[in-house]
Design a protein around this ligand. Sequence first.
Ligand code: NOJ
Length: 561
Amino acid sequence: MTNRAWWKECVVYQIYPRSFYDSNGDGIGDLRGILQKLDYLKELGIDVVWLCPVYKSPNDDNGYDISNYQDIMDEFGTLADWEKLLAEMHKREMKLVMDLVVNHTSDEHPWFQEARKSKDNPYRDFYIWRPAKAGHEPNNWRSFFGGSAWGYDEQTSEYYLHLFSKKQPDLNWENPQVREEIYTMMDWWLQKGIDGFRMDVINMLSKTPGLPDVPAVTNDRYQFAGQYFVNGPRLMEFLLEMKAKVLSRYDILTVGETPFVTTQDAIMIAGEETGALKMVFQFEHMDLSAETGAEIRTDKSSRLLDLKSVMSRWQKDLEGRAWNSIYLGNHDQPRSVSQFGDDGRYRVESAKLLATFIHMLQGTPYVYQGDEIGMTNVAFESIDDYRDVATRNMYREAVENKGVDPLEALKVVHAKSRDNARTPMQWDPSKQAGFTTGTPWIKVNPNYEEINVAEARANPESVFHYYKKLIRLRKENPVIVYGSYDLLLASHEEIYAFTRTLEEDRLFVILNFSANTSVFHLPEDFAVKSTELLISNYNINPDENIQEFSLHPYEARVYRL
Ligand code: NOJ
């Protein structure tokens, strides 16, 4: 039996502030813009907002490179705007979760500015410095954003580690002073009344001592070295210390962004009894669509069996031990409807199906901005229209270093770029999708005249109204939050069906993840008593016999048995 908690019952909405709503016409979303849209979120039924970083930043990685943890980025507004936003959210009984980015800072953070001055500067040891090894970088680690993970600093003729961009030096968590500074900063925000933290790449804090070279698995000069910094030797010690000194004193939602975790890691990090955090974001289901080389797996139906097995393992392994966070998209991923559904003919149906999926699993659902109206990937014609540092670096590396044909590289960008999720929120059919009166920092998706909030709110059959209904159902039915999960028809290649059971209450969720009409036979021993149709994305006869029937393309239904 799972313990009850508010952070299990809520639905979280993720805001990427730069692209949400611009209140002052400078082309960049801002805090006052968010304020103006709170009633929209309330109408949707949202009770928790996760705000991507709004701190001072030179924006090499759109705010994930922080130069001052205790102030607001100029483009987004002021601390007073932020205080007002928090107050207005609380007035509406909404909670605010802030992003915590403490694996690294910006190279423009005063700590790093000091650290690079001299080898004996008091801040030197806040970062990870090494001398050259035989005239080269200290080891062969690759940065997530391409190239070496080491940046050379001329002033002191040493290298500093940066797992992400060269403007994001990694903090040295081995240094207790660093940890104290971070805890004090976290406490400062919590004292202001925030309701939690989403913790950026939090399982990368602890690096293996000695920072050894990683065995090469490709011909590349630099290699992925996750084995030496993912869930490193002191990770749990650091997180438990953070819990003891800060987190345990507040009733908050904490969610760790933890790439490459297994269910066992998740139970260690976020276990009900002894964990440090409330939940983690896992990536196994997102990695199913990962490209292998230049080839992208686009055959969606063949992926369903993998998706079922991954999600079922997470549902079963964590039940009663830890809590799942459920998501299909965020600011680092392509749009969920493009990745897992169909962004063409069945866009509306498949967006609703995916919504049904994330709301009906056990765990806290996270809705990424724009998914509630079924926003899609974008395909800009030129790499110059892309803004994301990762996208631009990868493209350059592919074209310039590896000789990939530019058009081929652009195809990969279209399918995979993080900018797919970062185009401006589409509010209405007016110019720039109603996002700004100025020139947006990144182009709007040209499909905004069709896909936008104004249209969605006016249309009772829209993806938006379907989300509203799902969120309401979740609030009204504890079985949706707490019920245990059981997979049916594990080997069906098009249909994903499962039950959720809480004592006598039992739901049956059936989802056709394909563009085909799919026939479904319930197993013989599946006792169907009376049935009540809770929600469906097609207009169907609610009393239909459900022992054997066919499902329309991307049809989703939820019954109470
Ligand atoms: C994960 C964040 O979600 C991503 O946007 C960022 O680039 C990296 N961490 C580095 O902070």
